[in-house]
Design a binder for this molecule. Structure first.
Ligand SMILES: C[S@@+](CC[C@H](N)C(=O)[O-])C[C@H]1O[C@@H](n2cnc3c(N)ncnc32)[C@H](O)[C@@H]1O
Length: 277
């Protein structure tokens, strides 16, 4: 009996898991050691304690471009152009770095700017030219800056728009408080459900990124439904945790798609973009 025949014979016996144990152990140990290495490096190098920022892997960036291409029905090349646009916006990058360095919460923020999936939000705004974007959950205002930046570019091309950004924390949004970004941002402090109820203009693009509990996410989509303009697009930042937007899409006769991001060199498994349209 040669080695292959012996392995096949063992695979048919109750001894198979014991024989495979060393190989399985080595595999999982290699994987876990990598996660531990990345985690240890992050604990020393990063200051973030929530709403982590990171770059996406190359493959994840490819998939994000195709995701936006399908949702917005535009060539993937055009999406890549939008992504390159935000990533090469040195004025915005410099502003975020400066504002972060002087902010009261600077001890809990990283110096370098990483947009991750937010470049997908940017590309969607550039492709669809919404007149009114609503973002729930602002935190420092990184996403707000990205959305505002897309709206400012749209305005230069003859498609003006504004973003209403809702957060319960009065300290939220400091990154988006400077011109020119603040010119297209209306920051509203209060619980998002009440703030959505008070919206007085139709919403073309809605992004849920506030309280990530299932119940709150559902309440937001229910609250915004009567406020939506015809053909409005709904986004969620919670798509790797809940099926709320997919269920909402099914109830309201929309299509639904999910993208899961993969952070590069970060322990966090990443979030994603859910879209109903
Ligand atoms: C994940 S952060 C938002 C991240 C942001 N969109 C970005 O791109 O970085 C979540 C934010 O939601 C806010 N929040 C939590 N519960 C809320 C509520 N009920 N209404 C409005 N904002 C809420 C928190 O204060 C926090 O700033």
């Amino acid at each position: 009996m040669d080695a292959t025949q012996l392995r096949r014979a063992i695979a048919r016996t109750p001894l198979a898991p014991v024989a495979a144990f060393p190989k399985r152990l080595a595999r999982v140990a290699r994987h876990d050691a990598k996660v531990l290495r990345i985690s240890a490096r992050w604990l020393v190098a990063s200051r973030e304690h929530h709403n982590y920022t990171y770059e996406l892997t190359k493959l994840s960036r490819h998939h994000l471009a195709w995701f936006v291409s399908v949702v917005c029905d535009i060539p993937v090349k055009q999406v890549r152009g939008y992504v390159a646009e935000i990533e090469s916006d040195d004025v915005l990058r410099h502003h975020i770095e400066q504002a972060t360095a002087t902010a009261a919460r600077r001890g809990l923020a990283d110096k370098h700017v990483h947009y991750a999936r937010r470049v997908g939000w940017y590309a969607i705004v550039r492709a669809t030219h919404p007149a009114h974007v609503v973002e729930t959950g602002v935190d420092k205002g990184l996403g707000t800056c990205v959305l505002a930046s897309a709206l400012l570019r749209n305005a230069q091309e003859g498609h003006p728009g504004r973003v209403t950004s809702l957060d319960i924390n009065p300290e939220a949004g400091y990154l988006a408080a400077s011109e020119p970004w603040s010119e297209v941002v209306d920051l509203v402090i209060g619980d998002s459900i009440a703030s959505i109820g008070a919206l007085d203009r139709p919403v073309d693009l809605f992004l849920h990124d506030s309280d990530h509990s299932r119940a709150h996410e559902k309440r937001e989509f229910d609250a915004v439904e009567p406020k939506l303009a015809p053909g409005a697009i709904l986004l969620t930042d919670n798509v790797t945790s809940t099926n709320v937007l997919a269920e909402h899409a099914e109830r309201t006769g929309r299509r639904f798609l999910a993208y899961r991001e993969s952070p590069a060199n970060h322990w966090y498994p990443g979030d994603g973009i859910g879209v109903a349209w």
